[in-house]
Design a protein around this ligand. Structure first.
Ligand SMILES: NC(=O)c1ccc[n+]([C@@H]2O[C@H](COP(=O)([O-])OP(=O)(O)OC[C@H]3O[C@@H](n4cnc5c(N)ncnc54)[C@H](OP(=O)(O)O)[C@@H]3O)[C@@H](O)[C@H]2O)c1
Length: 289
C-alpha cells in the first residue's frame, strides 16, 4: 500500500514506519525539517516537506495514497486546534476520492479518564481529561464520515528501548536523584511496548473492513510503584521517591499532566479478537529500556 503518515518522526511514528517498510509498504512521511527528512529517509520512507498546520501544502498527497495514518501532535497550546485543522482537511480531501480513504487516527488511553477498579474496553464510556476532549470529538467526526474507512487506535502508555513514558523515571535513576511520582505510587498505567503498538497500526491499516475504536494495551494496569521499583533495581538506585500532588503538577507542567496521574486499566479485546494482535512484550520487566 502507498501510505501517508503524519507524525512519522515521533516516538510512535518511527516504529510504525519501520513496521510498514518491513512489510513491503511504500511510505511517505510529513517532515518539517532537514533532520526529519534525514530520519525518514533512514527509516526507508520518502519525506514530504510541510507543516501539519498548513494542510494546503500536503493534503493533496491524499489523492495518491491508499492509506493515511495520523500520529502527529504538536503538544503545544495549539494541539487540539492543529489536529482539528488536520482532520478537517483530511475529511474534505477524502470526499474528492472515488473510493473511501483508509485512515488510522491516534487517540489514547487518557480518553477513558480514571477507571479505578474497572478495566476499560472499547465499549466503555469515554470521559477524556479536559485537555484531550477535542481528540474524542475528532475521532467521532472521522468515524462518522462516509468518505473514510477509519480505525481509531487508543495506545496505552508507550515504552520502548530508549524509555518512552519511563524516561522521566530513568533520568532520575541515572542521576541518583529521587524519582518524582505524580499523584500516587499506587496509580496504575496500562502499558504497551512500541513495536507491539506499531504492529497494531499495520494490522488495522491492512484490513479496511475493520472500523471503530481499538485499544492497544499489553498489560491492563501496572502500578507506577512496580515500574519505579524495576528501574531502581536496574540502576542500583535506592528507590527513594517524592510524591507530587495533582495540583502541583498541573501548576508546574500544564493541564496535560493530569494524564499520568490517572489510575487506569485498559484491555484490548477488540483489537486482539478481530486482528489476531498478540503483543510480544507482555511483561515490561522482561523488556529493554
Ligand atoms: N507516547 C505515548 O505514550 C502515547 C500514548 C497514547 C497516545 N499517544 C498519542 O500519540 C500521538 C503521538 O505521540 P508521540 O509520543 O509519538 O509524540 P511525539 O514523539 O512528540 O511525536 C510527535 C510527532 O508529530 C510531529 N509534529 C509535531 N508538530 C508538527 C507540525 N507542526 N507539523 C508536522 N509534524 C508535527 C513531530 O514531528 P517533528 O519530528 O518535526 O517534531 C513528530 O513526528 C499523540 O497524539 C499522543 O497523544 C501517545
Amino acid at each position: 500500500m502507498n501510505i501517508l503518515i503524519l507524525g512519522g518522526t515521533g516516538s510512535i511514528g518511527t516504529a510504525v514506519i519501520r513496521e510498514l517498510v518491513r512489510h513491503g509498504h511504500s511510505v511517505t512521511g510529513l517532515s518539517r525539517s532537514e533532520s526529519s527528512d534525514a530520519a525518514l529517509t533512514a527509516l526507508g520512507a520518502r519525506p514530504l516537506r510541510s507543516d501539519l498546520r498548513h494542510p494546503g501544502t500536503w493534503v493533496r498527497a491524499i489523492a495518491r495514497c491508499d492509506g493515511l495514518i495520523q500520529i502527529a501532535a504538536t503538544f503545544g497550546p495549539d494541539m487540539g486546534e492543529a489536529d482539528s485543522l488536520t482532520v478537517n482537511a483530511i475529511l474534505r480531501q477524502a470526499g474528492l476520492r472515488p473510493d473511501p480513504l483508509r485512515m488510522i487516527y491516534t487517540g489514547g488511553c487518557w480518553l477513558y479518564g480514571a477507571t479505578g477498579p474497572r478495566v476499560a474496553d472499547e465499549t466503555s464510556l469515554m470521559r477524556p481529561i479536559s485537555p484531550f476532549v477535542w481528540m474524542k470529538d475528532n475521532a467521532a467526526r472521522i468515524l462518522a464520515c462516509p468518505s473514510v474507512s477509519a480505525a481509531v487506535i487508543h495506545p496505552a502508555m508507550v515504552y520502548h528501548q530508549e524509555g518512552g513514558v519511563f524516561s522521566r523515571y530513568l533520568e532520575a535513576a541515572r542521576r541518583a536523584a529521587p524519582i518524582e511520582i505524580w499523584g500516587s505510587i499506587a496509580t496504575r498505567w496500562p502499558l504497551v511496548q512500541r513495536d507491539d503498538l506499531a504492529r497494531a497500526y499495520r494490522l488495522l491499516l491492512e484490513t479496511p473492513a475493520l472500523t471503530g475504536h481499538f485499544n492497544a494495551s499489553a498489560e491492563h494496569g501496572v502500578p507506577v510503584g512496580d515500574i519505579t521499583a524495576e528501574i531502581a533495581r536496574r540502576h542500583r538506585h535506592d528507590a527513594g521517591y517524592v510524591v507530587r500532588s495533582l495540583k502541583h503538577v498541573l501548576n508546574k507542567y500544564g493541564d496535560w499532566a493530569e494524564g499520568p496521574t490517572l489510575d487506569q486499566q485498559m484491555a484490548s479485546h477488540r483489537l486482539r479478537s478481530l486482528t489476531g494482535w498478540h503483543p510480544r512484550h507482555r511483561d515490561f520487566r522482561k523488556a529493554q529500556f
